[in-house]
Design a protein around this ligand. Sequence first.
Ligand SMILES: [Zn+2]
Length: 329
Amino acid sequence: MIQPWQTALFSRLSGRRQALPHALLLHGRVGLGKTDFALTLAQSLLCETPQDSGEACGQCAACRWFDAGHHPDFRWVSLREEEPTEDDAATEGKIKKAPTQIGVDAIRALSGFMTTSTHRQGMRIVLIAPADALNANAANALLKTLEEPLPDTLMMLVSDEPGRLAATIRSRCQNVCFDMPPAVEAEAWLAQQGIKEAPLFLALAGGAPLEAQRLAMQDTGLRAALLRQLSSPEASLTQLSEQAIKMPTPEWIGWLQRLAHDLVEQKLIGRPRYHLDFSEALGHMAQQADLYDLLSWEHQLREARCLAQHPLNARLLAESLLVPMLAMR
Ligand SMILES: [Zn+2]
């Protein structure tokens, strides 16, 4: 699907179907719709009777195969087939085996696909999303492919954090940056999707509309309850950690990160960036907190977020990350 903030980019790329580079790196913040964009672009490039707008017809044999997930000239390398079916809270205390990396085998498995001729005499497309998940060996194997481009073959990499990709890979792709849409446009789109309090959720998502939509649909009062509890002296560490680990680990750490960031901003510039609806309570908390403590808590949360895909014990992790907060209030 092409979102309103992507139409110009889509026209630019689909209009160059005869002259695209051999590799594109689509990058930008989480929640801008990069992977959906890449899939739509791939389908439009493989479509055998594209519309004047460049979009796929949705009717031809190629489109039907693509929609069914088995176009013979398209491969999507991702983590999705082995993604977990239960969230972290439900499996607290257990080690989960969901992959967090794309390994070298996934890249090697492309070799047959890459070296035989295409089935439909059109393009051959490989989508690697999330490319940030490529491990070092997979990245090396991919580099060889990028160094020896094949005719009529397009590699598309999608990345939220291109800084995590090897510089050698980045330099062999044409970089396509997804910019944040203007807030007015994003808020109008969210309102069209039926999201109430669009400005609040857009702020919570750092300006990314699809992330704002996801947060709004996920928000069942848990965020507000957590914020209220954090500022209430009665709430115990156990209560707070129980509340937190009802969410998947990266989610609740994300909420604590937003809170820490807001307290720092409140202290330095007098207003929050994310929790616009809690500015009074945040102001009160920020007054009592020491800036150095806030910054070191923020640092601790950032490190935990990087390492905490599958914590051995979510409750212990939650308690260790909440203690600095409770000491401040
Ligand atoms: Zn078609």
